[in-house]
Design a protein around this ligand. Structure first.
Ligand SMILES: Nc1ncnc2c1ncn2[C@@H]1O[C@H](COP(=O)(O)OP(=O)(O)OP(=O)(O)O)[C@@H](O)[C@H]1O
Ligand SMILES: [Mg+2]
Length: 287
């Protein structure tokens, strides 16, 4: 099980879009993927599960009352893709936990407990809120890797350096295994000089940490949440689907999963024909 914090304290850079669609790409080639919505805005939750109000348990319960992961996980309309939903009450959890000893390690402890209880996910993606508070720290403490979506804008590098500082602190004090495993440029406007300059600068500073794949600005990606579908279900022929398929492939290459890389080459094949070797039936077929 590899846990990945999808994180950037800057808002609107593509964290949620990347968590959903990288998660869906991995799920479609047969990986068992858990998405944890760690943002009180609950964008990831409404992207995958628009109906609310049924009293479902959420990330709040996982953190605050230590409900077991198995009680808060829900299937989604995509096979192999599971969700721990968020809710507005998560906004209060940082204050509510402020005096609690061990508050930074709750998610790590919960994932470890779930593992002991038999939960087997290949990848856990934690969609972080746009801040570096207790929620983000919990995600970084639980994570093997941080994946940082950025926009190719003037302040992008400044944003990453602040993140790198916090990551270093978490690494030295709470989670020695944490590494910055990827930076992905989202909302890419390739025709703009500034985009290319920023990309070059990030590449100079971070080298191979920067993904080769860029996620182009694509209206289908902006539409997909309102259709409550991943990009592969919503617009499989779009640039958005092509870019997230490429990202999935590059992600798997970086995780030395050659078999899965080969399967990922078929991510954009017609609906229903995408089956990885370990494809699991969950009772919920692709949307
Ligand atoms: N490549 C893209 N092309 C077009 N629109 C996009 C793209 N990526 C994301 N968007 C849209 O941009 C907005 C911000 O994206 P997203 O919600 O993924 O960012 P975020 O970093 O999670 O934001 P927040 O910090 O608020 O959680 C959303 O409306 C999303 O649909
Ligand atoms: Mg978000």
């Amino acid at each position: 099980m590899t846990t990945i914090a999808v994180i950037n304290q800057k808002g609107g850079v593509g964290k949620t879009t990347t968590a959903v669609n990288l998660g869906a790409g991995l799920a479609r080639i047969g990986k068992k993927v858990l998405l944890i919505d760690f943002d009180p805005q609950a964008n990831l939750t409404s992207h995958l599960e628009p109906e609310t109000g049924d009293g479902r348990l959420s990330t709040y319960d996982l953190l605050r009352s230590r409900k077991a992961l198995s009680d808060v996980v829900r299937p989604t309309s995509e096979a192999n893709l599971f969700l721990v939903p968020s809710s507005a009450d998560l906004a209060g959890v940082e204050l509510e936990l402020a005096a609690e000893i061990g508050r930074e390690t709750i998610l790590r402890d919960q994932l470890a407990r779930a593992w002991v209880a038999g939960a087997r996910f290949d990848y856990v993606l934690v969609d972080c809120p746009p801040s570096l508070g207790l929620l983000a720290i919990n995600a970084l403490v639980a994570a093997d890797e941080a994946l940082v979506p950025i926009q190719a804008e003037f302040f992008a590098l400044q944003g990453i350096s602040r993140f790198v500082e916090v990551q270093g602190l978490v690494q030295s004090r709470l989670n020695g295994a944490l590494r910055l495993a990827g930076i992905v440029i989202c909302l890419w406007r390739g025709q703009a000089n500034l985009s290319r300059e920023v990309r070059e600068e990030v590449q100079n500073v971070f080298g191979d940490v920067l993904y080769e794949t860029v996620i182009r600005q694509n209206v289908k990606l902006a539409e997909a949440p309102s259709a409550a579908r991943t990009i592969f279900a919503h617009a499989p022929d779009s640039n958005g689907a092509a870019d997230y398929a490429a990202l999935t492939q590059e992600f798997l290459r970086r995780h030395d999963d050659a078999l899965a890389v080969a399967a990922a080459a078929h991510l954009l094949a017609p609906e229903g024909s995408v089956q990885g070797a370990e494809h699991l039936e969950t009772g919920a077929g692709p949307a």
